[in-house]
Design a protein around this ligand. Structure first.
Ligand SMILES: Cc1cc2nc3c(=O)[nH]c(=O)nc-3n(C[C@H](O)[C@H](O)[C@H](O)COP(=O)(O)OP(=O)(O)OC[C@H]3O[C@@H](n4cnc5c(N)ncnc54)[C@H](O)[C@@H]3O)c2cc1C
Length: 462
């Protein structure tokens, strides 16, 4: 037993330190099972003070710290490198709801709280915490903040960045910075918490957050619209965005190939409407009671203008759920169909149709045998431009990534809209950011983590 492990046991208790290889396995492998690293141990502090002492002990003993939440990240940012001195700091025991202020619409939580539990806590208080994504049963608030997660309601509520009012972090030297303020307006100095939002564990450990809550949605309408082209779909979105205003909370785009793929795996499924080349899944919600008339009128106008061929509006919450399944099951169908090259790109919203056309033709031309399967949060300009690869290994995912990302650059887009850089895209980042921007990133890293102890190798090369 090393001196560091002994120190960590003293701080958190022997039960909170895992060292056995079999216990470590789940922590050193990323969600996709692509990256595996090594770690000296996993430590699970129960409080911010224990976390601070853990980080200080790691520093004292020359170890590096890899913060980990639910380990559902899609960029392998929570997976340590193959280092013998990495300590994974798991927040999984820090699950206390510190306070709920329903009239003030704020919620203070430990960073280890799981998203689904936070949504439930808000619901019980008669409020809404709007962040929602398919990994919500495992993803933690700290991980969601560290990746500035997006999800399905960014259109209306913004990404995690716009849902955080206050933050508590442990710096690389073990100092606790308490910024747990529930203020909507606060211009006292640099807004330092923004640096930690999206920092992917490279600047410090997030231990607590004050989150924004919203009024409950009392009426919500889900609809699926079939469109002839991606341009028509985006025209329909623009029209509905105009008529439904702030009530529009989701606008997801997917191709009929995704529907065919799901039906192929489950022949008993019945399509919700006649086939169209593209679909828009729309959701609108309001704290006022009646919304469906407005949605139906907006869709009728989109049909009249030729943007939408056909559409179906869910009449019950079960039907709404079934419509969402068409969108949410795409990743699963993709997984079942074999290897794929994944992308999480964003371009300006109005450039989506042109990007889809350029990227699809370039990918198919340069990489024979592939099938494109684009889908995503079109209302946010974020497309998961995923590409199914032939099973014979003749096409390498990295070369497809390079093709797609080069086209993203032509549109001044981003190679990661919501999943982050992590380890997957680290070596590509300098190609997509100017030298001056990279200097700013490194200066921030150096200022807050001069010894490079926080999650080395994630986001920035060592
Ligand atoms: C099925 C599925 C669907 C998904 N859908 C979406 C989606 O729609 N939108 C989206 O944005 N993401 C999505 N994701 C990705 C993932 O859920 C998010 O990135 C989430 O924010 C990760 O949270 P986590 O707690 O699992 O973090 P982890 O995976 O544990 O960590 C992610 C990163 O954050 C750092 N980190 C974790 N906790 C802390 C902390 N307390 N302090 C400092 N750094 C920390 C880690 O070091 C790592 O770099 C999806 C993932 C899955 C599996």
């Amino acid at each position: 037993v090393t001196a560091l492990v002994r120190a960590l046991r003293d701080i958190c208790g022997a039960q909170a330190v895992l060292e056995e290889r079999s216990d470590l396995e789940a922590y050193v492998t990323d969600w996709r099972g692509v990256y595996t690293g090594t770690a000296l141990c996993v430590v699970r502090p129960a409080t911010v003070h224990e976390t601070a002492r853990v980080v200080a002990a790691c520093r004292e003993h020359g170890a590096v710290v890899v913060p980990q939440g639910g380990n559902t990240g899609l960029a392998a940012g929570a997976t340590p490198l193959a280092l013998s001195n990495a300590v994974i700091v798991s927040l999984s025991r820090m699950r206390t709801v510190r306070s709920v202020d329903a009239p003030g619409c704020t919620l203070a939580v430990d960073a280890g709280c799981v998203l689904a539990d936070v949504q439930e806590t808000a619901r019980a208080a008669g409020r809404l915490f709007p962040l929602a994504l398919a990994a919500q049963g495992s993803a933690q608030i700290g991980g969601l903040i560290a990746t500035n997660a997006g999800g399905t309601a960014v259109l209306r509520y913004g990404s995690m960045r716009s849902l955080v009012l206050g933050l508590e972090v442990v710096l690389a030297d073990g100092t606790i910075v308490d910024g747990m303020r529930a203020l909507r307006k606060d211009n006292a100095g640099y807004d330092w918490k923004q640096l930690f939002i999206g920092s992917e564990g490279t600047l410090g450990v997030i231990t607590g957050a004050v989150l924004r809550l919203f009024p409950t949605v009392r009426s919500s309408v889900t609809a699926l619209a079939g469109c002839g082209t991606a341009q028509a779909a985006m025209d329909a979105f623009a029209l509905l965005n105009e008529s439904l205003g702030e009530t529009l909370s989701a606008c997801e785009l997917f191709h009929d190939d995704a529907v065919q793929l799901r039906c192929a795996y489950d022949p008993s499924l019945v399509r919700p409407m006649p086939a169209s080349p593209w679909y828009l899944l729309l959701e609108a919600g309001s704290s006022l009671r009646s919304l469906s008339e407005a949605v139906e009128a907006g869709l009728e106008r989109a049909v009249e203008r030729g943007f939408v061929d056909d559409c179906v509006v869910a009449g019950t919450s079960a039907q709404a759920r079934a419509l969402w399944e068409w969108r949410e099951s795409i990743s699963e169908s993709e997984k079942r169909s074999g290897p794929s090259a994944k992308h999480d790109v964003s371009v300006p919203v109005s450039a989506i149709p042109a990007f889809l056309e350029r990227a699809a033709s370039a990918v198919v031309e340069r990489h024979p045998g592939v099938r494109v399967l684009p889908f995503g949060h079109a209302g946010d300009g974020n497309i998961h431009f995923n590409v199914l690869l032939p099973g014979d290994g003749s096409v390498d995912a990295a070369s497809v990534n390079a093709t797609v990302h080069a086209i993203v650059a032509e549109f001044r887009g981003s190679i990661t809209a919501e999943h982050g850089i992590g380890r997957y895209r680290r070596d590509e980042l300098p190609e997509h950011r100017s030298d001056a921007e990279m200097r700013v990133l490194r200066a921030i890293k150096h200022a807050l983590d001069p010894d490079g102890r926080m999650n080395p190798g994630a986001m920035l090369a060592i």
